[in-house]
Ligand binder design. Structure first.
Ligand SMILES: [Mg+2]
Length: 230
Protein backbone atom coordinates (compact mmCIF):
# COMPACT_ATOMS: atom_id res chain seq x y z
CA UNK A 1 0.00 0.00 0.00
CA UNK A 2 1.15 3.52 -0.72
CA UNK A 3 1.88 5.90 2.12
CA UNK A 4 1.08 9.58 2.42
CA UNK A 5 3.29 11.23 5.04
CA UNK A 6 1.48 14.02 6.85
CA UNK A 7 2.89 16.78 9.03
CA UNK A 8 1.15 17.74 12.30
CA UNK A 9 1.80 21.36 13.37
CA UNK A 10 0.16 24.02 11.21
CA UNK A 11 -0.93 21.24 8.87
CA UNK A 12 -3.49 19.27 10.91
CA UNK A 13 -3.52 21.38 14.08
CA UNK A 14 -2.75 25.10 14.59
CA UNK A 15 0.66 25.90 16.04
CA UNK A 16 1.63 29.54 15.61
CA UNK A 17 -1.84 31.03 16.08
CA UNK A 18 -2.50 28.75 19.07
CA UNK A 19 0.87 29.74 20.52
CA UNK A 20 0.11 33.47 20.15
CA UNK A 21 -3.44 33.20 21.49
CA UNK A 22 -2.35 31.15 24.50
CA UNK A 23 0.45 33.56 25.34
CA UNK A 24 -1.79 36.59 24.89
CA UNK A 25 -4.41 35.04 27.17
CA UNK A 26 -1.76 34.30 29.80
CA UNK A 27 -0.25 37.79 29.71
CA UNK A 28 -3.67 39.41 29.87
CA UNK A 29 -4.71 37.21 32.81
CA UNK A 30 -1.68 38.45 34.77
CA UNK A 31 -2.03 42.09 33.68
CA UNK A 32 0.94 42.29 31.33
CA UNK A 33 0.84 44.37 28.15
CA UNK A 34 4.18 43.18 26.73
CA UNK A 35 4.10 42.85 22.93
CA UNK A 36 4.15 39.27 21.67
CA UNK A 37 7.16 39.97 19.44
CA UNK A 38 9.16 40.94 22.55
CA UNK A 39 7.84 37.89 24.40
CA UNK A 40 8.93 35.45 21.72
CA UNK A 41 12.34 37.11 21.54
CA UNK A 42 12.81 36.39 25.26
CA UNK A 43 11.61 32.81 24.84
CA UNK A 44 13.97 32.24 21.90
CA UNK A 45 16.92 33.81 23.73
CA UNK A 46 16.42 31.65 26.83
CA UNK A 47 15.97 28.52 24.72
CA UNK A 48 19.24 29.18 22.89
CA UNK A 49 21.02 29.83 26.19
CA UNK A 50 19.59 26.70 27.82
CA UNK A 51 21.91 24.26 26.05
CA UNK A 52 18.95 21.90 25.68
CA UNK A 53 18.61 22.13 21.92
CA UNK A 54 21.41 19.64 21.31
CA UNK A 55 19.70 16.88 23.32
CA UNK A 56 18.40 14.26 20.85
CA UNK A 57 15.03 13.94 22.64
CA UNK A 58 14.46 17.65 22.01
CA UNK A 59 15.57 17.62 18.36
CA UNK A 60 13.20 19.81 16.37
CA UNK A 61 11.43 21.20 19.45
CA UNK A 62 10.72 24.92 19.14
CA UNK A 63 11.35 27.38 21.95
CA UNK A 64 7.62 27.99 22.42
CA UNK A 65 6.77 24.28 22.48
CA UNK A 66 9.49 23.70 25.07
CA UNK A 67 7.56 26.09 27.28
CA UNK A 68 4.62 23.75 27.80
CA UNK A 69 5.91 20.25 27.14
CA UNK A 70 6.45 17.96 30.14
CA UNK A 71 10.24 18.04 30.30
CA UNK A 72 10.19 15.44 33.10
CA UNK A 73 8.75 13.03 30.55
CA UNK A 74 11.01 14.17 27.70
CA UNK A 75 14.33 14.22 29.57
CA UNK A 76 16.40 12.25 32.03
CA UNK A 77 18.79 13.07 34.87
CA UNK A 78 20.17 16.59 35.21
CA UNK A 79 18.61 17.67 31.96
CA UNK A 80 15.20 17.61 33.69
CA UNK A 81 16.36 20.37 36.07
CA UNK A 82 17.87 22.29 33.16
CA UNK A 83 14.54 22.04 31.39
CA UNK A 84 12.58 23.31 34.36
CA UNK A 85 15.15 26.09 34.81
CA UNK A 86 14.56 27.15 31.21
CA UNK A 87 10.81 27.37 31.72
CA UNK A 88 11.25 29.21 35.05
CA UNK A 89 13.65 31.78 33.62
CA UNK A 90 11.24 32.62 30.83
CA UNK A 91 8.34 33.25 33.22
CA UNK A 92 10.55 35.15 35.67
CA UNK A 93 11.51 37.52 32.87
CA UNK A 94 8.02 37.87 31.41
CA UNK A 95 6.03 38.11 34.65
CA UNK A 96 8.59 38.86 37.39
CA UNK A 97 6.09 39.46 40.19
CA UNK A 98 4.12 36.25 39.66
CA UNK A 99 4.53 32.72 40.97
CA UNK A 100 6.37 30.81 38.25
CA UNK A 101 4.46 27.56 38.82
CA UNK A 102 1.10 29.30 38.62
CA UNK A 103 1.97 31.19 35.44
CA UNK A 104 3.50 28.12 33.79
CA UNK A 105 0.34 26.13 34.53
CA UNK A 106 -1.87 28.92 33.20
CA UNK A 107 0.01 28.94 29.91
CA UNK A 108 0.04 25.16 29.64
CA UNK A 109 -3.68 25.04 30.21
CA UNK A 110 -4.35 27.86 27.72
CA UNK A 111 -2.17 26.17 25.11
CA UNK A 112 -3.65 22.71 25.60
CA UNK A 113 -7.12 24.19 25.26
CA UNK A 114 -6.15 25.31 21.77
CA UNK A 115 -5.09 21.91 20.46
CA UNK A 116 -7.65 20.74 17.95
CA UNK A 117 -7.74 19.61 14.35
CA UNK A 118 -8.56 22.15 11.67
CA UNK A 119 -12.16 21.82 10.39
CA UNK A 120 -11.20 20.09 7.14
CA UNK A 121 -9.08 17.43 8.80
CA UNK A 122 -11.37 14.64 10.12
CA UNK A 123 -13.34 14.11 6.92
CA UNK A 124 -10.34 14.49 4.64
CA UNK A 125 -8.22 12.03 6.61
CA UNK A 126 -11.07 9.54 6.34
CA UNK A 127 -11.12 10.01 2.56
CA UNK A 128 -7.36 9.75 2.26
CA UNK A 129 -7.24 6.64 4.45
CA UNK A 130 -9.50 4.84 1.97
CA UNK A 131 -6.86 5.22 -0.72
CA UNK A 132 -3.61 5.19 1.24
CA UNK A 133 -1.84 4.32 4.42
CA UNK A 134 -1.31 7.51 6.47
CA UNK A 135 1.86 8.15 8.43
CA UNK A 136 2.51 11.21 10.54
CA UNK A 137 6.01 12.76 10.37
CA UNK A 138 6.46 15.60 12.81
CA UNK A 139 8.97 17.84 14.55
CA UNK A 140 8.83 17.93 18.34
CA UNK A 141 9.26 15.91 21.49
CA UNK A 142 7.71 12.49 21.90
CA UNK A 143 5.53 13.50 24.84
CA UNK A 144 4.25 16.70 23.28
CA UNK A 145 3.51 15.44 19.78
CA UNK A 146 1.75 12.31 21.03
CA UNK A 147 -0.23 14.39 23.51
CA UNK A 148 -1.30 16.78 20.75
CA UNK A 149 -2.38 13.86 18.56
CA UNK A 150 -4.50 12.55 21.44
CA UNK A 151 -5.98 15.95 22.35
CA UNK A 152 -6.89 16.53 18.69
CA UNK A 153 -8.46 13.07 18.42
CA UNK A 154 -5.96 12.04 15.73
CA UNK A 155 -4.05 9.32 17.56
CA UNK A 156 -5.76 6.47 15.71
CA UNK A 157 -5.49 8.03 12.26
CA UNK A 158 -1.91 7.01 11.54
CA UNK A 159 -0.35 3.59 11.25
CA UNK A 160 3.09 5.06 11.98
CA UNK A 161 4.10 8.23 13.81
CA UNK A 162 7.66 9.48 13.26
CA UNK A 163 8.76 12.18 15.68
CA UNK A 164 12.05 14.08 15.54
CA UNK A 165 12.55 13.74 19.31
CA UNK A 166 12.22 9.96 19.01
CA UNK A 167 14.54 9.71 16.02
CA UNK A 168 16.99 12.15 17.63
CA UNK A 169 17.25 14.42 14.63
CA UNK A 170 15.34 17.41 13.25
CA UNK A 171 12.82 16.82 10.51
CA UNK A 172 14.62 19.12 8.06
CA UNK A 173 17.77 16.97 8.39
CA UNK A 174 18.62 14.35 5.77
CA UNK A 175 19.22 11.87 8.60
CA UNK A 176 15.55 12.18 9.51
CA UNK A 177 14.58 11.62 5.87
CA UNK A 178 16.84 8.57 5.66
CA UNK A 179 15.20 7.07 8.77
CA UNK A 180 11.77 7.61 7.23
CA UNK A 181 12.94 5.89 4.04
CA UNK A 182 14.34 2.99 6.07
CA UNK A 183 11.06 2.60 7.99
CA UNK A 184 9.07 2.58 4.76
CA UNK A 185 11.39 -0.05 3.36
CA UNK A 186 11.17 -2.10 6.54
CA UNK A 187 7.35 -2.08 6.36
CA UNK A 188 7.35 -2.83 2.62
CA UNK A 189 5.61 0.47 1.86
CA UNK A 190 5.97 2.90 -1.04
CA UNK A 191 5.68 6.63 -0.35
CA UNK A 192 3.30 8.59 -2.59
CA UNK A 193 3.61 12.11 -1.17
CA UNK A 194 4.31 14.40 1.75
CA UNK A 195 1.67 16.86 2.99
CA UNK A 196 2.83 19.75 5.13
CA UNK A 197 3.27 23.48 5.55
CA UNK A 198 7.06 23.69 5.62
CA UNK A 199 9.21 23.73 2.50
CA UNK A 200 12.30 23.27 4.68
CA UNK A 201 11.12 20.04 6.30
CA UNK A 202 8.06 18.65 4.50
CA UNK A 203 9.24 19.78 1.06
CA UNK A 204 12.74 18.50 1.72
CA UNK A 205 11.41 15.12 2.87
CA UNK A 206 9.36 14.86 -0.34
CA UNK A 207 12.46 15.67 -2.42
CA UNK A 208 14.52 13.11 -0.56
CA UNK A 209 11.89 10.40 -1.14
CA UNK A 210 11.32 11.51 -4.74
CA UNK A 211 7.57 12.00 -4.23
CA UNK A 212 5.10 14.87 -4.60
CA UNK A 213 5.00 17.64 -2.06
CA UNK A 214 1.50 18.70 -1.12
CA UNK A 215 1.95 22.15 0.37
CA UNK A 216 -0.64 22.93 3.03
CA UNK A 217 -1.63 26.38 4.24
CA UNK A 218 -2.74 26.37 7.90
CA UNK A 219 -6.49 25.90 8.13
CA UNK A 220 -7.02 25.39 4.39
CA UNK A 221 -8.02 22.02 2.95
CA UNK A 222 -5.38 21.04 0.38
CA UNK A 223 -6.38 20.00 -3.14
CA UNK A 224 -5.44 16.35 -3.49
CA UNK A 225 -7.11 15.25 -6.73
CA UNK A 226 -3.83 13.72 -7.87
CA UNK A 227 -4.15 10.83 -5.49
CA UNK A 228 -7.89 10.67 -5.04
CA UNK A 229 -8.47 9.55 -8.63
CA UNK A 230 -9.93 6.04 -8.80
MG1 LIG B 1 4.32 22.08 10.20
Amino acid sequence: MEVLLVDLDDTLVPDQTARDEAMQATLTAFGSSTELSAVWAVVREEWRASGLRSIPALAGVSSWEALWTDLSADLEGEAVQDGHAYQSRVWQRLLPTEDVAVVAEAFRSAREGRVGAFDWVPETLTTWAQAMDLWCATNGSSWLQRRKLRLAGLQDRFSEVLISGELGVEKSDAHFHAQVAARLNQRGRTPIGVAGDSDASDGALASFLGVRYLRVRPGVRPATAWFELP
